[in-house]
Design a protein around this ligand. Structure first.
Ligand SMILES: CC(C)C[C@H](NC(=O)C[C@H](N)C(=O)O)C(=O)O
Ligand SMILES: [Zn+2]
Ligand SMILES: [Zn+2]
Length: 387
């Protein structure tokens, strides 16, 4: 399929000005000022881009695509994701993970759901493992999972500083990270370790000690939920200034904001004001994951469900409410996660990149059209289900 998008202002995520974009099959074939005279003997879809901005397709690096939860018993296990939510959220690349429950949720099911979403047009990857160490795997080995299974891009979400973790020793985390790193090196993959930070007092202590006492680089870790409370957020800023990546969760509930969670859109602004490198900041949604509330005795109170549509909502809030420049806010869900995940064809609007694009209304910044691997999944807010 040939798609020609004319006269569109492009955020690649850096602002490129008004361009014409030609998509050929699943790649961006041309981006530039020339008006291509398309007298071709086959259909070309022409889109008038004058009322849109073009953004890179969004990358959500942490989604419970087969559902998660369960912290309030079996009735609180959350549902698996539906494709329409992913499309409405402008997400064209998604990384699936397991969470607290690594028993009724399996790696096999996670892999199958990732393959299903890929068949439906979205680029998908998965982390091997769940909250617990030793991790659940597909082949019995973290290193083998990463090296032998194309969709496995790293390990996670591994829980630290949380009453629901497996209370791993620091040596267990060192070995797990070493296996992920070497598995990644040997298969040209990220081998990144997605770390879940809970509300415990140890915070990023384990990661800082591993970085200080081994040869493992700080960039091997991708710690998430860093905005969940003010102390962790503050420590995260210092950690990022040392070159680490920090990830803010966009799914939330007003009760968390009362308890001190830093709204993701504000977290971006504060980090930029504090001098954190803009390439060290990311957002992920924790979509379909549970958002459980526990009282001070550690007793379950209730839980909500994460939504992937919160990912872009927080970027849009950052721009419209927190006055973060569009390109810097966009980087958090495009170029930055692409670099962390070593997805070299993703996260940027440029020639030879995968044709993953989101067209938003220039005034409202609302998502209008979503193109994934050169296929239009939503046009003018209408989802185009293909049979
Ligand atoms: C960041 C906070 C608000 C949510 C966070 N969610 C998960 O980690 C996923 C969840 N446990 C699941 O397994 O589905 C949490 O529970 O701390
Ligand atoms: Zn988590
Ligand atoms: Zn999660």
């Amino acid at each position: 399929m040939l798609i020609f998008i004319k006269n569109i202002e492009v955020y690649s995520p850096e602002y490129k000005g008004k361009k014409n974009i030609l998509i050929l099959d699943d790649k961006i074939a041309y981006i530039g000022d020339d008006d291509i005279d398309l007298k071709l003997p086959f259909p070309v879809k022409v889109i008038d881009g004058s009322k849109y901005y073009a953004f890179p397709g969004f990358i959500d690096g942490h989604v419970h695509i087969t559902g998660g939860g369960g912290e309030g018993g079996f009735a609180t296990r959350t549902p698996e994701i539906v494709l329409s939510d992913i499309i409405k959220g402008g997400i064209t690349t998604i990384v699936g993970c397991l969470g607290t429950d690594g028993v009724t949720r399996s790696m096999e099911n996670l892999y199958a759901k990732a393959k299903a979403l890929e068949e439906e047009g979205v680029s998908t990857y998965i982390y091997t493992g769940s909250y617990r160490v030793p991790t659940t795997t597909l082949t019995g080995s973290v290193m083998k999972d990463i090296m032998m299974i194309d969709k496995v891009i790293g390990v996670g979400e591994v829980a630290l500083s949380d009453h629901r973790s497996s209370q791993p020793s620091i040596d267990e985390i060192k070995r797990l990270t070493a296996d992920a790193r070497v598995g990644g090196i040997l298969s040209k993959k990220a081998g990144v370790v997605n770390i879940h930070l809970g509300d415990g007092d140890r915070m990023l202590g384990y990661l800082k000690e591993i970085v200080d006492t081994t040869e493992i680089p700080i960039t091997q870790f991708w710690p998430t939920h860093i905005n969940r409370n003010p102390s962790l957020f503050k420590e995260g800023i210092e950690y990022a200034k040392k070159g680490g990546f920090i990830d803010f969760t966009t799914s939330s509930d007003p009760v968390f904001w009362e308890e001190g969670e830093v709204k993701a859109s504000r977290a971006i602004r504060i980090c930029l004001e504090e001098g954190v490198g803009e390439e060290n900041i990311t957002l992920t949604s924790d979509g379909q994951g549970s958002l459980p509330q526990f009282n001070e005795k550690g007793e379950f109170v209730k839980l909500g469900i994460g939504r992937v549509t919160s990912l872009y909502k927080e970027v849009r809030d950052a721009v419209l409410e927190d006055k973060v420049p569009i390109d810097k806010a966009l980087k958090c869900i495009t170029k930055n996660p692409a670099r962390i995940l070593k997805l070299n064809n993703k996260g940027r609007v440029d020639v030879n990149m995968d044709a993953d694009l989101v067209l938003v209304d220039k005034d409202s910044l609302e998502i209008e059209t979503v193109i994934a691997m050169g296929k239009i999944l939503m046009e003018d807010k209408n989802i185009l289900f293909r049979g």
